[in-house]
Design a protein around this ligand. Structure first.
Ligand SMILES: *Cc1c(COP(=O)(O)O)cnc(C)c1O
Length: 421
């Protein structure tokens, strides 16, 4: 029996209505930018397996480091112990994170990195005797699937059944270059009517919203408003971190730096699940006390798993190499050329890029939303490219090691889709 058929007996997949869509593609191998299915068909992984495998799948350098670590120390509790991979990773991260970040806290996934960030902000004010309960977040943000993360997310397809159980959140629009005075006035009003603990945001690029890009100067103004008014800022860089926007972090595009940052996805290069919530020394200091209860009592069993740390350290070494930095520049320039080529196409409503991310909105008048997305996904897979449209938005977020030839193939199938679909 095929993987696809055996899968149907016991498995329950995420983000899926199984009654309408029971089939999964059985993948047996991944190398570099290529996924191979159980029939031997090959697909270019044009979204780096949800933005994780940025140095290519089964990258020999990273695999070797993890293999060596595996023979030395596999796992040990992180509440009483520490170890070389965790210490090394903290040192490597502090070197590339924005200057104000100084503390590294471990989690297992992006949602729990956000959850810990939210809890840090709430407890920061609790500990300082200035209890606050409201968060500000962008409309259409996505921050993950645990309760705190769901609360600050603004996409109802995820949250519908749980809305009665979420924490209090007020939403503001993303800055588009012309609305920023209005946003600042809205913030003034919110700040007088609510006790605001924090502002959480996907810096510059909202993924699940459809790879939409917002204005860096406007975002900087919002951040500096928060700074001035004692509102903690939490940058959710789970997707944007580690080079995606052309800089190490999207926060590097703004002068005002966040108090707390959430990292995952490319952190471990697609090898192992891990996440980090980093913060400034002053956030950390609010948890220091003679009182035990003022500490941060949040822990995941696999915190700072040495194997995941080893993968992350190797990943950062690659990220900061001339080779990968050159590749990021090459992909940026290539996307820019493709953008100019397709922008006037009659079926293209909008096109944008930032770093290695390229996004194109197809004109939705052509066909109903849901159908178009499924049809596009199949169209691309049939042509050997894995692209996963968000509604009518086709986006590319390739591994940094992609070849020019593979990039051209991705562009070509998108152009074909514009003609045929
Ligand atoms: C993917 C993502 C998350 C959630 O991460 P998981 O590891 O899937 O829990 C949170 N925020 C952003 C911006 C993401 O892209």
């Amino acid at each position: 029996m095929s993987l696809q058929d055996r899968d149907k007996k016991h498995l329950w997949h995420p983000l899926r209505q199984h009654q309408l869509n029971p089939n999964s593609v059985g993948i047996v191998k991944a190398r570099g930018c290529i996924l191979t299915d159980e029939q031997g068909n090959e697909y270019i992984d044009a979204i780096a397996s949800w933005y994780t495998a940025v140095y290519g799948h089964c990258n020999a350098f990273i695999v070797d480091r993890v293999y060596k670590q595996m023979q030395q120390l596999d796992q040990v509790m992180f509440s009483d112990f520490t170890h070389e991979p965790a210490v090394r990773l903290s040192e490597a991260l502090i070197k590339i994170l924005p200057d104000n970040q100084n503390r590294i806290f471990f989690n297992d996934n992006g949602s729990t990195a956000v959850e810990a960030g939210i809890k840090m902000a709430l407890q920061y004010y609790f500990n300082t005797g200035d209890k606050r309960s409201t968060f500000i977040a962008f409309e259409n943000g996505f921050h993950g699937d645990t309760f705190g993360a769901m609360s600050v997310s603004g996409l109802s397809v995820y949250n519908g059944p749980f809305e009665d159980f979420l924490i209090e959140v007020e939403r503001i629009p993303t800055p588009d270059g012309s609305n920023h005075e209005r946003i600042l006035r809205q913030l003034e009003t919110l700040n007088t009517s609510h006790k605001i603990a924090g502002f959480i945001y996907e810096p510059l690029l909202q993924g699940a919203a459809g790879m939409t890009i917002h204005d860096a100067r406007g975002l900087n103004d919002i951040l500096s408003f928060c700074k001035t008014h004692g509102i903690l800022t939490i940058a959710d860089e789970v997707m944007t971190g580690f080079g995606k926007t052309g800089m190490y972090f999207a926060s590097d595009h703004m002068d005002t730096k966040p108090d707390i940052m959430c990292l995952s996805k490319a952190l471990t290069a697609g090898l192992l699940p891990m996440a980090i919530t980093s913060c400034t020394e002053s956030v950390y200091e609010a948890f220091l006390s003679d009182d035990i209860a003022k500490g941060f009592f949040h822990c995941h069993t696999y915190s700072a798993n040495p194997l995941a740390c080893a993968a992350a350290i190797a990943g950062i070494e690659l990220l900061t190499s001339k080779d990968i930095q050159g590749n990021i520049k090459r992909i940026e320039a290539s996307h820019e050329r493709f953008k100019n080529k397709v922008r006037e196409h009659p079926k293209v409503k909008g096109v944008r890029c930032l770093g290695v991310v390229f996004a194109l909105d197809m004109d939705t008048k052509i066909e109903r939303y849901g159908h178009l997305r499924d049809k596009l996904l199949k169209f691309f897979m049939d042509r050997g490219v894995f692209l996963r449209p968000l509604g009518n938005t086709i986006y590319i977020q390739v591994p940094y090691v992609i070849s020019d030839e593979q990039l051209q193939k991705i562009y070509q199938v998108i152009e074909e889709a514009l003609e045929i679909v």
